[in-house]
Design a protein around this ligand. Structure first.
Ligand SMILES: Cc1cc2nc3c(=O)[nH]c(=O)nc-3n(C[C@H](O)[C@H](O)[C@H](O)COP(=O)(O)O)c2cc1C
Length: 196
């Protein structure tokens, strides 16, 4: 069956290094016959920047955010994909706020079962991370990796990550480094193999 992956792009830069490297991963997926879409977190329209804690998603049988805006509509599409990749720079040792707006609204895609287990239409779909940073992995990119791996663990889905520390390139030029491009493509291939 036709497979597709969604990349939640967390950088405010339209042509930054994270997206350039994510494009390499998408190219590797395309070679495996897997399509990719990008959700540009910084360019979604929203009535509220993030979750307003109305808990309507938890009171409903349906999975989805009850706020009527672009952020909610983007999040509602995530279960249509075979894998969800967060492609983001690290900001202040964590997620950029633009990415976090999407992540917080993903609360609408989970419910808690009787034994506090997490139920989600994302079940069975790998969660992955492709992250860049100007700094090192330790106490920096690894924090993002751990943060994004926890929902994967709680939902019970496979997790894959690819970290690009010391990413000191002009915007968009990181993928011109053959070693970085190859690393991003390997990540794409590994993700493709998980869902093929
Ligand atoms: C507001 C801000 C905060 C940042 N914080 C960190 C940080 O905590 N750790 C780090 O390694 N790099 C940090 N950086 C650097 C970016 O993560 C890095 O330049 C990244 O590769 C940019 O990706 P992009 O080109 O896709 O936007 C920060 C950059 C900005 C603008």
């Amino acid at each position: 069956m036709f497979k597709k992956v969604v990349f939640i792009h967390g950088s405010p830069r339209k042509k930054g290094n994270t997206l350039a490297l994510a494009r390499e991963a998408m190219a590797a997926l395309a070679e495996m016959g897997i399509a990719s879409d990008v959700i540009d977190a910084a360019r979604l329209d929203f009535k509220h920047p993030g979750c307003i804690a109305c808990y309507k998603c938890q009171g409903s049988e349906q999975y989805g955010c009850h706020v009527d805006d672009g952020l909610a509509r983007a999040v509602a599409t995530l279960p249509e994909y075979d894998a969800v990749v967060l492609a983001t720079p690290v900001y202040w040792f964590s997620y950029p706020s633009q990415a976090k707006m999407v992540i917080d609204r993903m609360f609408s895609l989970i419910k808690f079962g009787e034994n506090h287990e997490i139920l989600s239409p994302l079940a069975g779909k790998p969660l992955a991370l492709l992250a860049t940073g100007g700094g090192v992995v330790e106490e920096n990119l690894e924090v993002l990796e751990q943060q994004w791996s926890i929902p994967a663990k709680r939902i019970g889905v496979p997790f894959l990550s690819c970290l690009f520390p010391l990413c000191h390139y002009p915007p968009g030029e990181a993928a011109q480094d053959p070693a970085l491009a190859a690393k991003a493509r390997e990540f794409g291939k590994a993700l493709g193999a998980m869902i093929a």
